[in-house]
Design a protein around this ligand. Structure first.
Ligand SMILES: C=CC1=C(C)c2cc3[nH]c(cc4nc(cc5[nH]c(cc1n2)c(C)c5CCC(=O)O)C(CCC(=O)O)=C4C)c(C)c3C=C
Ligand SMILES: [Fe+2]
Ligand SMILES: [Fe+2]
Length: 363
């Protein structure tokens, strides 16, 4: 392996700290060719599909990438806005609002977002941060519950980038925040606000993205963390076990995924006489294809078709002020011990003090 030359960093240069928000990513456009490029990268990740490579490569390129891009592009087209994909729009707003909050609280940090698949890619943003002088990077995947297919894949991308870098920044990774008080509180208020405006449903459906059941058998903590989030949320809302149900959506392929599945559960509820449901997706911090199309369009239709009459979709946290505050507090806790205060004005050599003493005078 060879490393690209890098400009040497002066030994007394000030450290720059960065926060890198990471999200899944989205196609560049709602077109079959852009979706094919995106899916080839996403579904080619061995963290996402754990089938031996030669077999999977044949299935992916021989079947899936010939059929799925056209279907998925139509689904993406139904949620695309003038600004682009909602996932990117919300992640961009979140990064800007987090930067504003951290700045107001006296931290001098760079805040950027990177996508695990598609653009802006995590390596390209790390290149940009390094060029801007970042020597410390807090990596914050926007997945509350840890799954190897999402969280660990972000870690892979960051460490993969570091393999071609000479002076590697200091990294910290946030692996989960499924039980974070600020996150749970913001979700509870999001739901309570909806209930204040629309009234209460007969059943609250908490729908999380599914993963193959085999991943859990192999040690993935995802399922337990989803259930923990749901329990804490119910506790905060003051509702009982009868008032809500936890389900898993977005199954792909023929293998068994986490159960119960969202759409069949909604249809069963309607058949059992439940007329009014609300659906919330606590595992997604930003609205995206899986919430806006799969839940708010497809699952809504399935529930109404089976006899339900009122389907309330409760949006994700997106850029809610209490969520941005919770994210700021989460980042701040993990930034502790890293000096994020503004650098002092340049000094003349005679005024220069040892760095430790310099810090003390500013404390
Ligand atoms: C919230 C966490 C997510 C987990 C866990 C997750 C696992 C997972 N996903 C797939 C396959 C697909 N997911 C797709 C879209 C998608 N997935 C997540 C999040 C998680 N996925 C999001 C936020 C999105 C939407 C992105 C957007 O652009 O809005 C897709 C693409 C769309 C489609 O063709 O259906 C696929 C495919 C697997 C296989 C998996 C776990 C093994
Ligand atoms: Fe997914
Ligand atoms: Fe889906």
């Amino acid at each position: 392996m060879s490393f690209a030359p890098e400009p040497a960093r002066p030994a007394d240069a000030a450290d720059t700290t960065a926060v890198l928000l990471c999200n899944l990513g989205t196609p560049d456009a709602p077109t079959p060719s852009a979706v094919r490029r995106f899916l080839a990268e996403f579904l080619g990740d061995p963290r996402v599909v754990e089938i031996p490579r030669p077999i999977w490569w044949l299935i992916l390129h021989g079947v899936i990438l010939r059929v799925r891009p056209r279907q998925s592009a139509a689904r993406y087209a139904s949620i695309w806005t003038a600004e682009g994909s909602p996932l990117t729009t919300w992640t961009d707003v979140l990064a800007k609002r987090l930067a504003g909050n951290l700045g107001e609280r006296g931290h001098r940090v760079l805040v950027r977002y990177g996508m695990r698949y598609g653009n802006p890619s995590i390596p390209s943003v790390l290149d940009e941060l390094k060029a801007a002088g970042a020597t410390r990077v807090l990596v914050l995947p926007l997945y509350p519950q840890y799954a190897a297919s999402t969280t660990a894949s972000v870690v892979d991308a960051v460490l993969g980038w570091s393999r071609r870098i000479r002076a590697v920044p200091e990294f910290r990774f946030i692996n989960r925040f499924h039980d974070d008080t600020g996150y749970i509180g913001a979700l509870a208020r999001r739901i309570a606000d909806h209930w204040d405006a629309e009234g209460r449903p007969e059943k609250l459906v908490m729908s999380f993205h599914g993963i193959p059941k085999r991943s859990i058998t192999l040690g993935d903590p995802y399922h337990g963390e989803c259930l923990r989030t749901a329990h804490l949320l119910a506790e905060r809302l003051g509702i009982s076990a009868n008032d809500y149900v936890v389900t898993f959506q977005s199954r792909l392929g023929r293998a068994e995924w986490l159960q119960p599945y969202t759409e069949p559960t909604l249809a069963n509820l309607a058949r059992q006489g439940v007329r009014r449901v609300d659906v919330v997706c606590p595992g997604f911090t930003s609205d995206n294809l899986e919430t806006l199309e799969e839940i708010n369009q497809e699952a809504r239709e399935a529930f109404l078709h089976a006899g339900g009459t009122t389907f309330g979709y409760i949006p994700c946290l997106n850029d809610r002020t209490d969520w941005v505050r919770a994210l700021t507090a989460l980042a701040e806790r993990h930034l502790q011990g890293w000096d994020t205060r503004p650098a002092p004005a340049p000094e003349t050599p005679l005024q220069r003090l040892p760095r430790a003493a310099d810090r003390d005078t500013r404390a």
